[in-house]
Design a protein around this ligand. Sequence first.
Ligand code: ZN
Ligand code: ZN
Length: 347
Amino acid sequence: MLTVHAYGATSVAEPLVPMTIERREVGPRDVLIEIAYCGICHSDIHFARGEFGDIPTPLVPGHEIVGTVTQTGSQVTQHAVGDRVGVGCMADSCRECANCLKGEEQYCLKGHTLVFGGVGRDGQLTQGGFSTHVVVTEDFVLRIPDGLPLDTAAPLLCAGITTYSPLRHWGAGPGKKVAVVGLGGLGHLAVKLAKAMGAEVTVLSQSLKKMDDGLRLGADHYYATGDPATFENLAGSFDIILNTISARIDVDAYLSLLALDGALVSLGAPGEPLPVDVPSLFANRRSYAGSLFGGIRETQEMLDFCAEHKIGADIEVVPADRINEAFDRVLASDVRYRFVVDTSTLA
Ligand code: ZN
Ligand code: ZN
């Protein structure tokens, strides 16, 4: 075993604290990654605070991991020592079910292995990226293209692929109108990605407070959902609406904004069932859908796309001992637009 420094939860009620954890020995198909940065995602906070259910402790969150390969197993062919690499939400999957065979490992029928809080093939609890090193099977390690700085690339591993995948699936591109609900960690990347794909992009935000940012990030239009006129004026407008917020929404009001064959895609969980008036789906043959992050092949495609279009997250880098403060600021929407932990401060 390898003993490494980390920052994690000892209970759901306590702030995260410095700790050491054990990583498995590097197996024949494993790579050892020295982590440089790890983004902070909303779901890290939900997990660490027990809001997704009981957690095994100690638990080290973090699933937007980037760093450098420092050791490879004897049978590794895809990565070499010195390569810049990333790991996202999942560290493994069954690799043999119908969905895995389609390259949609995030929908593994036997359940993918979460990068933290899951159980790896070695039977050990997986621990995430708020740590100095991680050992991951090479098939679930992504290449970070040369053109992408590591720090701004980190959030692409969750926020990036979580928005890229539905944009691709529902056909964002030239001639398509995409609305992004909420301009936060996911939303700001959704705007950049949809714009780079060639779509006409609209931000729908509670107020016009972040309008300058939204337009700078590439949005063509920006409207306040707090203004009822927005829903009247934009009725039947959009081919794709990506809902990046977890708060309760009036689903029917958003469905009314969809054009023919349009889809409202939810990426955040509101934590309670939301009512849908089914006839509001009939008009314009509308869909109400959800989407997880993406598979490994698509995540690599997203990273290559971001390098080509010079897309990274807008970030604020923090040392590890400010993770708890960053958690509170994420919950208060007080970050533009993603915190990234400099994990070298753990060493
Ligand atoms: Zn995430
Ligand atoms: Zn599977």
